[in-house]
Design a protein around this ligand. Structure first.
Ligand code: HEM
Length: 171
């Protein structure tokens, strides 16, 4: 059941992204570029804020007694952060980013392909954190707070590399 559920959620996110992207391609001309970039930057800021905060919640959650009020509180915070902020922010980041990549840059530029590879890795890590939210909710987490502190650095490192690539466009 677990793996099938992960696949179903990923397919659902892909369908929503494809439909929104198709609507943007159909409705928007290149003149919308700067407004789409505003939308993109606001969405990636929200996505990154959530991706940096969620492992921090896990660090604090590990030490709590299972079934305690504090543990239940963190389960609710982790679920709401994922469902109401991180998931929608990722979808908007992809739609606005792909629209600019297609409409403005014609998918040209080594920086763009390297960036796409990094944000695909970031999206995979997003999926891993989503599974961890379900593990904590079912009191199935097996990792230490030290492990989650280390995991907290993964989105930080990817974010720095992505921003260098898109601002400097070194190649
Ligand atoms: C999710 C998939 C993503 C795609 C397809 C994508 C694609 C793009 C494209 C094509 C641009 C326009 C570049 C320009 O106007 O010069 C852009 C701008 C930008 N992206 Fe992304 N991006 C994605 C995710 C991210 C992420 C995760 C971050 C940050 C961690 C990010 C940070 C930025 C920034 C800061 C800009 C503005 C750059 C500027 O104005 O010079 N993007 N993105």
């Amino acid at each position: 059941m677990e793996m099938q559920e992960v696949v179903n959620r990923a397919i659902r996110a892909l369908i929503i992204t494809a439909v929104v992207f198709a609507a943007m391609v159909w409705l928007l001309s290149a003149g919308a570029y700067l407004w789409i970039k505003v939308l993109h930057i606001v969405a990636v800021m929200s996505w990154m804020a959530g991706m940096l905060y969620l492992p921090r919640l896990f660090v604090n959650h590990v030490g709590l007694e299972r079934g305690s009020t504090a543990s239940d509180l963190l389960k609710g915070m982790e679920h709401r952060l994922l469902v109401y902020i991180i998931n929608p922010a990722m979808i908007v980041s992809w739609c606005a980013g792909l629209w600019m990549a297609w409409r403005i840059f014609g998918f040209e530029g080594t920086w763009l392909w390297l960036k796409l590879a990094l944000v695909l890795a970031l999206s995979g890590f997003h999926g891993y954190l989503a599974k961890a939210v379900r593990d904590f909710a079912a009191d199935r987490n097996v990792h230490s707070s030290r492990y989650w502190r280390f995991m907290n650095e993964v989105p930080t490192l990817i974010m720095i590399l992505v921003v260098i690539l898109v601002i400097v466009k070194p190649f």
